[in-house]
Design a protein around this ligand. Structure first.
Ligand SMILES: NC(=O)c1ccc[n+]([C@@H]2O[C@H](COP(=O)([O-])OP(=O)(O)OC[C@H]3O[C@@H](n4cnc5c(N)ncnc54)[C@H](OP(=O)(O)O)[C@@H]3O)[C@@H](O)[C@H]2O)c1
Length: 272
């Protein structure tokens, strides 16, 4: 069985919003308990709903990604980023994945990305290097159809130079500037990422914010088709969450730090 984080736990609505999953035993409402899909082990099951529902919401519900399109995915080694790589490939898209580590990018490529770009500055300074020419070369000079941006900051600005006219720019998260999301828009607000309106205007871009949980609260009907698609991919054996690290429950602090530092690709589990 696995527990549905939209129906129980801190991101849910209703009477079961408390933390408490890092435990040998936990209580969840019956309505939030789902059968582990056939073909998945518990480690993969732990990494299914949050990551793949986010990827589906961003790429399908918001991005309307079509087979044959090219998607530029930032933070592709991360939990939601790698899920986006998997979902984009299932949709028939070509994936260009970015990251800052050659080793992690090799793993991302082994997980299905068609092309990888290390966007780290060659001299080690913060920010990202210019990579628009590589993206243009990979897209025969056209640029990508869709940007899936879970990183924000400098990489968003460089991405605006990598898109074709009329592209969709999906704002997924801010891994590079995590304080943006803190404090209900108050404490983080001065650091908010900004996109230049001239490029958005002249390239005819659609910029779309993609908050999965909030969108689902506003329109609960978007969830059933999302879950149906994800479970079908799993049942067909076409989707398997990638779990690259596991920790005993007693090492929860090391696990959280490893996640914070981006030390692994894709998913991670705590074993009670
Ligand atoms: N829209 C939604 O509904 C939704 C849902 C879940 C999460 N999110 C958000 O999406 C973002 C990613 O979440 P996640 O769980 O995938 O995080 P994660 O597992 O920590 O992965 C983030 C990835 O971003 C890259 N990154 C981190 N800091 C960076 C920096 N300073 N510059 C460039 N790249 C950096 C890292 O890849 P490399 O080390 O390979 O560069 C890292 O693997 C977060 O902001 C999260 O809050 C949004």
């Amino acid at each position: 069985m696995l527990v549905d984080g939209l129906l129980s736990g801190p991101r849910s609505v209703g009477a079961y919003q408390t933390y408490g999953g890092f435990a040998d035993y936990a209580v969840a409402p019956a309505a939030a308990v789902r059968r582990l899909p056939a073909g998945l082990d518990f480690d993969q099951g732990c990494n299914l709903l949050g990551n793949y529902e986010t990827a589906y919401h961003c790429l399908v519900t918001c991005g309307q990604v079509q087979a044959g399109e090219t998607v530029l995915i930032h933070g592709a080694s991360g939990s939601t980023g790698l899920a986006a790589v998997h979902v984009a490939k299932l949709l028939g898209a070509t994936v260009i994945a970015t990251g800052r580590s050659d080793d992690k990018l090799a793993e991302v490529r082994a997980q299905g990305a068609d092309h990888v770009i290390n966007c780290r500055n060659l001299d080690g300074s913060p920010g990202v290097r210019r990579f628009r020419d590589e993206v243009k070369a990979l897209t025969r000079g056209h640029g990508v159809d869709v940007v899936h941006d879970g990183v924000g900051g400098d990489i968003s600005l460089e991405s605006l130079r990598c898109v074709k006219f009329g592209a969709r720019f999906l704002i997924v998260g801010w891994a590079a500037t995590p304080a943006v999301a803190r404090g209900k828009g108050l404490r983080g607000a001065p650091n908010a990422n900004m996109l230049p309106t001239n490029l958005i205007m002249m390239k005819g871009l659609t910029v779309r914010g993609c908050p999965t949980v909030l969108s689902t609260l506003h329109d609960p009907s978007i969830r059933a088709p999302r879950l149906a698609a994800i479970f079908q991919w799993v049942e067909e054996g076409r989707l398997r969450p990638h779990v690259s690290r596991e920790f005993p429950l007693s090492a929860y602090k090391e696990a959280m730090l490893a996640k914070w530092r981006g030390e692994f690709v894709g998913g991670c589990v705590l074993r009670p």
